[in-house]
Design a protein around this ligand. Sequence first.
Ligand code: COA
Length: 179
Amino acid sequence: MTADAIEVRALGAAEAVEAVPALARVLVDCVENGASVSFMAPFTQAEGEAFFARVAEDVAAGQAILVVAFRDGEIVGTVQAQFARQPNQPHRFDIAKMLVHSKARNRGVGAALLAVAERAAAATGRTVGVLDTVTGSVADRLYARAGWVRVGEIPDYALWPRGGLCATTFFYKRVGSAA
Ligand SMILES: CC(C)(COP(=O)(O)OP(=O)(O)OC[C@H]1O[C@@H](n2cnc3c(N)ncnc32)[C@H](O)[C@@H]1OP(=O)(O)O)[C@@H](O)C(=O)NCCC(=O)NCCS
């Protein structure tokens, strides 16, 4: 799938390992620019690489799909579909770590990443996706536009990277044969 000549696709296990430094650079950029995505500022390249090295292990273990956006061969965005590990939820996945580098935003990359992740999860037989995001954020609007259903809001759920609490909204979406 392409958006403004941007290639968006899932990575294989070896590619995921190779992409770790570039993915970490996107994560560092997002945290440093104020995104509430699990981490606090200051956030280092080494911490980002440690995080994505674990994601690459999940890809190799078949527990996650790692979707990446390339612009002129450079990684500018990513998202994951993580498979639920509970034995009674083999049909469920979580969308996590939707990240677009600040220099590549507002061109449809986020929407394209999400569409590819949903399709890839559906292709494995998953039928229900769950995600959460900062209430009222750009991502909140993006998910709603893509047909994700707002379930509810939890106040004071997480911290911004430099402190201060923010609310989180939970969403779900039926995909594939359940859509
Ligand atoms: C949330 C995030 C991933 C969105 O990525 P993105 O690539 O900018 O997303 P899109 O381009 O699909 O949509 C963003 C906006 O650009 C607009 N847009 C999309 N294509 C466009 C185009 N060609 N021209 C102008 N505007 C465009 C969209 O309508 C949307 O507008 P809105 O903010 O008014 O709702 C990005 O802002 C980000 O990485 N933020 C930091 C990390 C984060 O918070 N992630 C969410 C975790 S749940």
